[in-house]
Write a protein that binds this ligand. Structure first.
Ligand SMILES: *Cc1c(COP(=O)(O)O)cnc(C)c1O
Length: 371
C-alpha cells in the first residue's frame, strides 16, 4: 500500500534524534563493540530505508527479521552487512547468496534443508550466524554438539562461520536470575565450540543498557535507537535518549452536537451536554487501534478526549471551543506544555511501546526531518 499523501495524518521522524541516540549509546558503552542497527518491521514503524540510510555511517551492520526486509535494504543502497535474525525459507538460499546477506542457522535440520537447495548456488562466501537458544525458547540450538555439527556440515560447503548469538528474554526486567542463567548457558555453549567465529553477540537494547558489562562483539540496537525505553517505565534509562517519532494530524470537520446526540458506530458516545466534536483522519487501519477510545490527543496545547468508537479511517474528539478546519492535532509528541509519549499510548492500551510504533501502518505518510 502506498502512503496516503493527500491526508494531513503524518508520522514525523527526527533522524538527528535517532543518530544522537546511537552516538549516546556508543559513549555510554565506551568500547569498540560494533553497533548493528535493528530495522526490522519497517524500522519499528519509522521507515526501514530512511532509518538505515541515516544510521549507515554510525553503525557496522543491520539486522532484519526476514529476507524481504534485507532485499529492500539492498535495493535502497545499503551495502553493509545485513543479518536476517530468523531462518529464511531454505529454497531462498540463492537470494541470500546473491545479495550477500548473512543468514541465521537456527538448527541443524534447517541447514540440511538448505543443502538440498544448493544446485548452482555458490556457498563459499555465504556467511552464517548460529543462533543459540539459551532460554528464550523460540529458535536456536540448545547444545554445543548441534552447533558443532552445523559448523562441520557448513565447512563441507565452504560456508563462512561468521557469528554465534543468542537473545535474552528478560534483559528489560529488574530480576536478574533468568538473564544470568541465559548468559552462562550461552557462554558455556560458545566455549565448547570447535572454533570461535568473528562475532559472538547477545545484546539487544535492554542488555546493552542494563547489562553493559556483558556486551560482546555486536550490539543489536533496536528500540533504544528509536528513542524508546525497552522496559517501558519499569527501569530508568542509563543515558540520554530522545524519541524519534511524532504522530500528527489535523481537524477535518468541526460541529456542535446537542445533549442526547450520539457519535460513531454503535452510538456508543452519547452527549450529556452540548459538545463540540472534531474529526481526525486516523483510525484502526492506520494502527490507531480501537482501544484508543477514552485516551486523548493534544490540540492547541490542551488535552482533548477521544470520544466514540475509533473507525477504520477516522476518529472523533471533544473540543473546548470551535476551531478551524486544519487545526493541528498531536497524537504522539509535544504541543505547548503537554506531551504524549509512545509509552503513554502503550500504557493506555496495556501493551509495550514496540507494538505502538510497529503497528503504524503503511498508510501513514512518513516525513523525515534533520536527515
Ligand atoms: C528485535 C531483536 C533485537 C532488537 O531488540 P530491541 O529490544 O529492540 O533492541 C535484537 N535481537 C534480536 C534477535 C531481535 O529479534
Amino acid at each position: 500500500m502506498k502512503p496516503s499523501t493527500h491526508r494531513p495524518t503524518q508520522a514525523i521522524i527526527n533522524l538527528a534524534a535517532m543518530q544522537a541516540n546511537i552516538k549516546n549509546f556508543k559513549t555510554y558503552i565506551n568500547n569498540s563493540t560494533e553497533i548493528w542497527a535493528v530495522v526490522k518491521a519497517n524500522g519499528y514503524g519509522h521507515g526501514a530505508n530512511d532509518v538505515a540510510l541515516s544510521a549507515n555511517d554510525l553503525v557496522s551492520g543491520f539486522c532484519v527479521s526476514n529476507l524481504d526486509e534485507a532485499i529492500e535494504l539492498r535495493s535502497h543502497g545499503i551495502v553493509k552487512p545485513i543479518l536476517v535474525l530468523s531462518g529464511i525459507v531454505p529454497a531462498d538460499i540463492h537470494i541470500a547468496v546473491n545479495l550477500r546477506v548473512t543468514v541465521t542457522v537456527p538448527s541443524l535440520d534447517w541447514l540440511k534443508l538448505v543443502i538440498e537447495h544448493l544446485e548452482d548456488v555458490e556457498t563459499e562466501h555465504l556467511k552464517y550466524h548460529i543462533k543459540v537458544d539459551s532460554g528464550m525458547g523460540r529458535i536456536g540450538v540448545t547444545t554445543a554438539q548441534e552447533a558443532n555439527d552445523i559448523i562441520a556440515l557448513a565447512d563441507n560447503y565452504d560456508m563462512v562461520f561468521d557469528g554465534v548469538f543468542t537473545h535474552f528474554a528478560t534483559a528489560d526486567e529488574a530480576a536478574q536470575e533468568k538473564f544470568e542463567a541465559q548468559w552462562s548457558q550461552f557462554n558455556a555453549i560458545v566455549s565448547a565450540l570447535s572454533r570461535r567465529p568473528k562475532y559472538v553477540h547477545s545484546s539487544n537494547s535492554a542488555a546493552g543498557i542494563w547489562h553493559k558489562d556483558t556486551i560482546q562483539d555486536i550490539e543489536r540496537l533496536g528500540d533504544a535507537m528509536y528513542g524508546l525505553n525497552p522496559s517501558g517505565r519499569t527501569l530508568d534509562m542509563t543515558y540520554q535518549i530522545t524519541p524519534a517519532l511524532e504522530l500528527k494530524s489535523e481537524l477535518t470537520h468541526i460541529k456542535t452536537i446537542e445533549k442526547g446526540a450520539t457519535v460513531g458506530y454503535g452510538g456508543a458516545f452519547v452527549a450529556d451536554q452540548s459538545t463540540i466534536v472534531g474529526t481526525v483522519p486516523i483510525g484502526y487501519a492506520d494502527g490507531w487501534t480501537r482501544d484508543m477510545t477514552g485516551f486523548y490527543v493534544l490540540v492547541n496545547g490542551q488535552r482533548c478526549p477521544i470520544i466514540g468508537r475509533i473507525s477504520m479511517d477516522q476518529m472523533t474528539i471533544a473540543l473546548p471551543e470551535i476551531l478551524p478546519i486544519g487545526t493541528k492535532v498531536t497524537l504522539i509528541g509535544q504541543d505547548g506544555d503537554e506531551k504524549i509519549t509512545v509509552d503513554d499510548v502503550a500504557a493506555h492500551r496495556g501493551t509495550i511501546n514496540y507494538e505502538v510504533v510497529c503497528l503504524l501502518s503503511d498508510r501513514i505518510k512518513r516525513i523525515y526531518q534533520n536527515g
